[in-house]
Design a protein around this ligand. Sequence first.
Ligand code: NAP
Length: 337
Amino acid sequence: MLKKKSLYQVAVVGATGAVGAEMIQVLEERKFPIERLLPLASARTAGETLEFHGRPVVVEELTATSFEGVDLALFSAGSDVSKQFAPIAANAGTVVIDNSAAWRMDPSVPLVVPEVNPHALAGHRGIIANPNCSTIQMVVALKPLHDKARIRRIVVTTFQSVSGTGKEAMDELLEQCRSLLGFKEPTPQVYPYQIAFNCLPHIDEFLPSGYTKEELKLSNETRKILGDDSVRVTATTVRVPVFVGHSESVNIETEQKLSANEARAILSTSPGVLVYDDPGHRIYPMPLDVVGKDEVYVGRIREDESTPNGLNLWIVADNLRKGAALNAVQIAELLLR
Ligand SMILES: NC(=O)c1ccc[n+]([C@@H]2O[C@H](COP(=O)([O-])OP(=O)(O)OC[C@H]3O[C@@H](n4cnc5c(N)ncnc54)[C@H](OP(=O)(O)O)[C@@H]3O)[C@@H](O)[C@H]2O)c1
């Protein structure tokens, strides 16, 4: 449990990464009560300097002794690091909010989106999991509709930006654009194929079923967060040449009929959601609209004419922010209450 204090010692594991940098920015913006910020990363970047509230802070190498005196650690350095170091931190009395996939489906670890299932935090045992970026934005938008009309089935196709893979992937997209505009053939390194001017229907590893692990995360995490194993989910996840912002085409079937207008009205008063839906005026969410924004944007809300109780939605959010760093900091804020 996080002991009540006026100021906390907070570590960010993976502080030099795409998500870690956003975590530090969000902690600063939201004035999280911090006495000392400890940025941790690998030996590769240890010694580098970051800025927090206008002051330099030196990145330290993550080791088994890093967590002495640390109250709270936000982890964002991949599953292997989380599997190894989150239990070490928790045993040292640090509360861990983990952004990797390492602990999400562990039944003893709460998987939390503050707008959706804050109650799941109760009784945590030192490790709390932050869901996958695509799952977070989808459940923020769907939970209010589920509460009203009970969702039976979700069909989702994602259009995920390269920042979801990390900073090397962002560099790769930029480099490939530069090469191609200079009539040079790029050599893919992070992704199996060229990502610039292309779409890859492949995120994370393929499973024998033909689905990818990312697609399975969307199904399993959605059911765990909604606390409803009866919701059927099928996903296709696609990497697109966008730097920041994940988009999702989501089709839902509900038990009770929900009109597009009813859905719009419900979502317009739902926490964390911004309805951005006026096609007549070409108002619909796009990744460029959501960069740096906290809300999950929802547009293109319309009834599915092929089935009695179906709705289509287009859901867009900043994957580094609500999809990762902001959600983690919001969980930390809940722990302070
Ligand atoms: N990007 C997203 O939208 C998103 C959303 C949800 C969840 N996540 C998850 O967040 C995690 C990080 O993602 P990212 O996009 O920030 O990746 P990234 O940009 O590649 O950054 C990785 C970070 O982890 C650190 N790191 C790597 N190996 C380490 C080690 N052995 N010991 C200590 N630190 C180590 C790196 O430090 P160095 O700089 O020293 O190498 C860097 O700070 C992943 O688990 C990812 O699945 C990402």
